[in-house]
Design a protein around this ligand. Structure first.
Ligand SMILES: Cc1cc2nc3c(=O)[nH]c(=O)nc-3n(C[C@H](O)[C@H](O)[C@H](O)COP(=O)(O)OP(=O)(O)OC[C@H]3O[C@@H](n4cnc5c(N)ncnc54)[C@H](O)[C@@H]3O)c2cc1C
Length: 237
């Protein structure tokens, strides 16, 4: 049975041209426990027709919390177009937590994250959690975006890099004059070996669109990673 609870929209923060960060706070103030990396179901109810739209979103904040933060690609779909009109204070129903993409900090001391687009959201939760708990952060992440302006929460992401976390950003559609002087191209086996030479010692997590996840699995398998070791979540296109 799905247990839904009411959450009030606490903040709406555009992070990039296409991604907005929404934070929802529990109306009754009770906390929700979830493992970093899991997702929640957000429900919008049309007051006139009673019709409800539910969509999954990775939880980007760290547990435990009485709030959920979602990094939403505003694709003008059925739910995201409702979020375009959302106001602070609006009440939505959320049920959580779900999902198998969970940080298991007790067993994994070295982690490899491969993120595509908003697929970086669960990794924010994991890194924020590790930081908040002063755990030794041995994370190495490669984050793939199409254009430099698509980097979500850029300032915080860069701060992860100065805090013992390896962060490589690769831009797949570099343009003349875009100001990007970093890595370009799609993540492949060669790029993983270059930036994460100890990849074989790390627990691999992959999150992004289905084609991205498939390509990452193939790249990892081609360099000897066992398919069953790869933890993955996917959405979008
Ligand atoms: C486990 C899980 C976690 C998710 N986490 C996130 C998250 O953290 N952030 C986030 O933005 N979305 C996330 N999603 C996707 C989200 O659930 C919705 O599918 C998305 O917001 C679109 O919903 P919509 O009602 O606006 O679009 P719909 O009206 O359902 O239309 C979606 C259509 O747009 C296409 N499409 C194009 N780009 C995308 C895209 N980037 N995402 C989804 N569909 C796309 C789809 O293929 C489909 O045809 C997650 C999905 C799953 C299953």
């Amino acid at each position: 049975m799905i247990v839904k609870k009411e959450y009030a929209l606490a903040s709406i923060t555009p992070s990039t041209k296409d991604v907005t960060v929404f934070s929802f706070k529990s109306v009754d103030g009770a906390g929700v426990d979830f493992a970093p990396g899991m997702f929640a179901m957000l429900f919008y109810k049309n007051k006139d027709t009673g019709e409800e739209i539910g969509r999954a979103f990775s939880i980007a904040n760290a547990p435990p919390s009485d709030s959920f933060e979602f990094m939403v690609a505003m694709i003008h779909g059925r739910l995201t177009s409702k979020l375009e009109e959302a106001k602070v204070g609006d009440v939505y129903c959320i049920s959580a937590p779900y999902g198998a993409l969970k940080l298991d900090a007790s067993t994994a001391s070295k982690l490899l994250f491969l993120a595509g687009g908003t697929g970086v959201a669960p990794f924010f939760s994991m890194i924020r959690y590790l930081r908040a708990n002063n755990d030794r952060i041995d994370v190495n992440m490669i984050y793939s975006i199409r254009y430099p302006y698509e980097i979500i929460e850029r300032q915080e992401l860069e701060s992860f890099g100065t805090d013992g976390c390896g962060i490589t950003i690769t831009v797949t559609r570099p343009q003349p004059g875009d100001g990007w002087s970093g890595q370009t191209g799609h993540i492949d086996a060669e790029m993983i070996m270059k930036y994460v030479p100890d990849f074989a010692e790390r627990v691999p997590y992959v999150c992004g669109p289905p084609k991205f996840v498939q390509a990452m699995k193939e790249a990892l398998i081609s360099i000897g990673v066992q398919e069953r070791a790869i933890r993955a979540e996917m959405w979008g296109e």
